[in-house]
Design a protein around this ligand. Structure first.
Ligand SMILES: [Zn+2]
Length: 123
């Protein structure tokens, strides 16, 4: 058997490594953003290349770190706008205008409040 063949197991290992690298790059991007915003964008570009190469699915905490369209690093108040709207986090990219809507779990309401919410939705 050829040693270069990528088995399912090694593919998983590579993906793990790729995910670690992506996380590290995005962390670095956050560290350098204030001084060198262009460098932060470059780190995002590299992270994106790794992501596409190894077919990694990004966890939601990484999805809100950069724009998939223009690959700019997102810092709320600087390069993106964050708003909460009907159970979702809406992130607007201030460079290209792309909007990403990620669901979040609203705080569990007490029984009374939940009834009140349901009633207001009916009317
Ligand atoms: Zn963008």
């Amino acid at each position: 058997m050829s040693s270069r063949r990528i088995t399912r197991n090694t593919a998983g290992e590579l993906r793990n490594l790729a995910e670690k690298r992506i996380e590290r790059l995005l962390k670095l991007a956050g560290e350098v953003f204030r001084q060198y915003p262009e460098r932060a964008d470059r780190y995002v570009e590299l992270a994106w290349k790794i992501k596409t190469r190894y077919n990694v699915r990004l966890p939601s905490h990484l999805k809100r770190k950069f724009c998939r369209k223009c690959l700019s690093f997102w810092v709320p108040g600087f390069s993106c706008r964050v708003r909460l709207h009907s159970g979702r986090v809406n992130i607007t990219c201030l460079r290209c205008g792309r909007v990403v809507r990620l669901p979040y779990r609203p705080r569990a309401l007490s029984g009374k409040k939940r009834k009140a919410v349901n009633r207001s939705q009916l009317s």
